[in-house]
Design a binder for this molecule. Structure first.
Ligand code: PEP
Length: 267
């Protein structure tokens, strides 16, 4: 059953693409091609382009949320090259945590990701927590177990009421689908969304688990987004490669607006 009040969210993860010189123009172009009040739009540029994107959108489309792609797990200290949650004040209101590329390249553990969630929430940032299994884990029939363990590792130490109030979003991103052109089946993503909310209930979230938006991520494009948004338990997408292409983003958000408007009409 559709939980009527859940937001439909399209979040763009620009990864290590764009520069401060070109990010503002790209953000403005995407914003102008996706103007749709029923859909929550978020752009996550590299850290160094946050201020440019903020300034560009402030003048053109302040409804677009701005997110960082990561945040450090400590509040401050001798962490050369790192960025704390407090440093993001005024630059971002969202943050991605636990992206599989950071788990892979920076060795981020579930425990550390949990600490990041805490820092983000204390600083008033809305977090998108990424979870997802690797190909061999899915092939072994362990996909749900892996995602459940990731959620437990990141969330168990947190008060569900605090994370719920902070608007936690979970993005289900099977690792084998990220940047590969392969996608999960919509039906598999929907089963995983159920498993995610079941785990939240086991972690003490109660009915608040139903309020948590679950996004799908992994090679989403304008051509395949419909398969995921046809699933009532999926509430949008975290988009990587296609999020740098205004045509793709226009198509993705246009399809998302159909779902968002249907939910509004049903509520
Ligand atoms: C991502 O970066 O979270 C992602 C899903 O990437 P892509 O859409 O390119 O697979």
């Amino acid at each position: 059953m559709i939980h009527r009040m859940r937001d439909v969210i399209v979040a763009a993860n620009w990864k290590m693409h764009t520069t401060p010189a070109d990010a503002g123009e790209l953000a403005v172009t995407i914003a102008s091609r996706t103007r749709e009040s029923a859909v929550t739009r978020v752009i996550c540029p590299p850290y160094v382009a946050l201020a440019t994107v903020r300034d560009a959108l402030a003048n053109s489309d302040p409804d677009v949320g701005i997110g960082a792609q990561n945040v450090h797990h400590e509040a401050a200290g001798a962490y050369t090259g790192e960025i704390s949650a407090a440093m993001l004040a005024g630059l971002a209101t969202w943050v991605i945590v636990g992206h599989s590329e950071r788990r892979r390249d920076a060795g981020e553990t579930d425990e550390r990701i949990g600490l990041k969630l805490g820092r983000a929430t204390e600083a008033g940032l809305r977090a998108i927590l990424c979870v997802g299994e690797r190909a061999e884990e899915r092939d072994a029939g362990a996909a749900e177990k892996v995602v459940e363990a990731q959620l437990r590792g990141a969330l168990a130490a947190h008060d569900p009421a605090i994370l719920s109030r902070a608007g936690l979003v979970v993005a289900y991103e099977p690792v084998w689908a990220i940047g590969t052109g392969r996608t999960a089946l919509g039906s598999d993503a929907a089963l995983m969304a159920d498993a995610i909310r079941r785990t939240l209930v086991q972690l003490g979230w109660g009915s608040a688990a139903e309020d948590v938006p679950v996004l799908y991520g992994g090679s989403v494009t304008a051509g395949n987004i419909a398969e995921f948004l046809a699933e009532p338990t999926i509430d949008g997408a975290l988009v990587g490669g296609a999020s740098l292409k205004p045509d793709e983003m226009a198509g993705i958000v246009a399809r998302a607006s159909l779902t968002a408007r249907a939910r509004l009409a049903a509520s």
